[in-house]
Design a protein around this ligand. Structure first.
Ligand code: BDP
Length: 601
């Protein structure tokens, strides 16, 4: 990887493309997936804003380059932060705005044109945020020469996590036949003894094709079959997808095998795609969130993709550890605060029955310019990408379009009305929310959402140190929101920082005792309100995470109930007792796992 001075440096750009970046200047080894920030000892790379270049050479199998018709060769990025331009053998194949979501390029014509199986992939990434990106940001130039060096600037953002950048998720090369299954959409409905799976399949590369579908249960038995691009499968006595702790067999997944045959010229092409499929329904009433017709209470967490060294880079051991901790905690849900998480994480939510509030990267939307048409159009495009990626996941029970935007600004009303309506049009089968700060009394998004998600930090950012104000203020918060909108409410964030190992009695801020005491105060109110219209509580945060440096942050945000290294603080035990108690009240618990057989991830 190599960093360039500026995008204007056209000569350097051309050099990077004409031959290997090794010929243009010093290059350092950079792992993928990973953020680049914490990999070296260089503070300028840690805080770097601008262009970086990645290069990788691979040898393609010869059978990918030949045939009539030759296969379609695709280069896919799980995510890269934030603006990416990709070349293969010096030819630009794709550009993409925004991190957190996948993008891909059909590179067949580039690689199949050359007899050489060597494929040089070059990626230029820029992590600069503007008022129109998601999340938004702005560059502040410090012109005062008496205080700052020449050309000094900082990236200003209005969100509270370190702005890691790099190629964060796996990059893969794969092939399909020249005619292929491009997309599948499924929605499910069910009554007691029969479920219906509506499907829609789109094929690219041929109009003369036939499609056949078969749905298999976990034993491999075919339980329904269908054909054609649009249709419905009927499943008798279905095994429903249930959240963890709501059923003895949570996360039940069928496999939907979609087979396409297409005549292209003289050749019959075949493409097969297998989609994991969970049968479940989601409904919202004025006081309840129903999964499969039964009231569901979110007892869960907010997370971040964040870890030592790899930053936001995908890390399998960490992912599996986190799911083990979630299940230890008795958590049945999380919110992907504040951006879409890796597909690998979402796959495990589907399989383990962890319900997800799937949030867009709409975090820190505070500047007036960020509510204009340019930003709005980008936000709509991001929602399209997110819904396309996650629409078939049973674990996703609600979309969140944003976190704590400046919804008091007048243009916010039109902005959020449009984003929410667009999301509902893209996916009429799921509720939509946006997450609001409790202090925005005149909230302009709440009229359009299905569920109110509210964040509050009583006794922390407001009345710091005064735990005794929580019962009154939290009760008033719930009563006011419910009186105004008559919609169910989730306490989508609440929390207090604690530095592990810091103690005091009576409890003082930043100690483990204070974090525990704050939880207990919140829980006493939540216990009353969950009998009425409060449908969930998500602690801020699952684990400590890195932020920008600042006077209120000691090596990051310490509101985790686990440390960044995933060790429990005292608060984790309070939450664990509570979540298991709530689960025991209403649910059927899964059997305790006693065997130690491993499945390779
Ligand atoms: C909330 C934000 C969250 C922050 C948290 C905090 O939604 O991103 O990390 O405050 O300050 O308002 O800890």
């Amino acid at each position: 990887m190599l960093s360039a001075e500026s995008a204007e440096d056209e000569q350097l750009w051309q050099q990077h493309l004409d031959s290997s970046i090794f010929n243009t200047g010093p290059v350092i080894d950079m792992p993928v997936p990973a953020s680049f920030n914490d990999i070296t000892q260089d503070p300028s790379l840690e805080n770097y804003i601008g262009w970086v270049w990645y290069e990788k050479e691979v040898l393609l199998p010869l059978r990918w380059l030949q045939g009539d018709p030759a296969p379609r060769v695709v280069l896919r990025f799980g995510s890269a932060h934030y603006y990416s331009v990709v070349w293969v053998n010096g030819v630009q194949v794709v550009e993409h705005e925004g991190g957190h979501l996948p993008f891909e390029a059909d590179i067949s014509s580039v690689v199949q044109g050359s007899p050489d199986p060597l494929c040089r992939i070059t990626v230029a990434l820029n992590n600069t945020l503007t008022p129109h990106t998601l999340p938004p940001g702005s560059i502040q130039y410090m012109a005062d020469k008496s205080r700052y060096p020449k050309n000094y600037f900082v990236q200003d953002t209005k969100f509270d996590f370190f702005n890691y950048a790099g190629i964060h998720r796996p990059v893969v090369l794969y092939t399909t036949p020249a005619a292929y299954i491009d997309d599948i959409t499924v929605t499910t409905t069910s009554s007691d003894s029969v479920a219906r799976v509506q499907y829609q399949v789109s094929v690219v590369g041929s109009t003369a094709n036939s499609l056949s579908l078969s749905l298999r249960d976990q034993e491999g038995k075919v339980v329904a079959t269908g054909d054609g691009a649009v249709g419905e499968l009927k499943v008798l006595n279905p095994n429903l997808w249930w959240p963890y702790l709501m059923h003895e067999n949570p996360g039940y997944l069928y496999s939907l095998e979609v087979k396409m045959q297409a005549q292209v010229g003289e050749v019959l092409l075949e493409d097969v795609y297998t989609l994991p499929l969970g049968i479940r329904t989601v409904h919202v009433t004025s006081t309840q969130f129903l999964i499969n017709g039964r009231p569901f209470y979110f007892h869960g967490v907010n997370k971040h993709e964040d870890a030592d060294i790899r930053g936001k880079g995908l890390d399998w051991p960490l992912i599996v550890k986190d799911f083990n901790l979630l299940r230890w905690l008795g958590a049945n849900s999380f919110r992907t605060s504040h951006y879409p998480y890796a597909e690998e994480i979402m796959d495990l939510c589907d399989a383990y029955g962890i319900a997800v509030i799937d949030e867009s990267p709409g975090v820190g939307i505070k500047l007036p310019e960020s509510f204009g048409n340019k930003s709005l159009q980008h936000h709509l495009a991001v929602m399209e990408e997110l819904v396309r990626r996650d629409k078939n996941r049973p674990s996703v029970v609600m979309w969140s379009v944003a976190n704590e935007p400046a919804s008091e600004l007048p243009p916010a009303a039109h902005y959020f009305k449009t984003v929410i309506a667009h999301t509902k049009a893209l996916d009429p089968s799921r509720p939509v929310t946006f997450v609001t700060d409790a202090n925005y009394a005149l909230d302009r998004g709440a009229p359009y959402v299905d569920v109110i998600c509210v964040n509050s930090y009583f006794s922390w950012y407001h009345d710091p140190g005064h735990l005794e104000v929580i019962p009154l203020q939290l009760t008033a918060q719930f009563d006011n929101w419910y009186k105004t909108y008559q919609k169910p409410i989730i306490q989508s964030e609440y929390g207090a920082d604690s530095v592990p190992g810091l103690h005091s009695d009576p409890p003082m801020m930043f100690t483990e005792e204070y974090q525990q005491a704050m939880l207990r105060e919140y829980h006493s109110v939540l216990d009353k309100k969950r009998k009425e219209y409060v449908i969930g509580e998500l602690i801020w945060n699952f684990a400590d995470f890195m932020t920008n440096q600042g006077t209120t942050r000691v090596l990051g945000n310490k509101k985790g109930i686990f440390t960044r290294q995933r060790q429990p603080k005292a608060a984790a035990f309070v939450l664990r007792d509570r979540y298991w108690k709530i689960a025991n009240e209403s649910s059927c618990l899964p059997p305790v796992i006693t065997s130690h057989s491993f499945y390779l991830k």
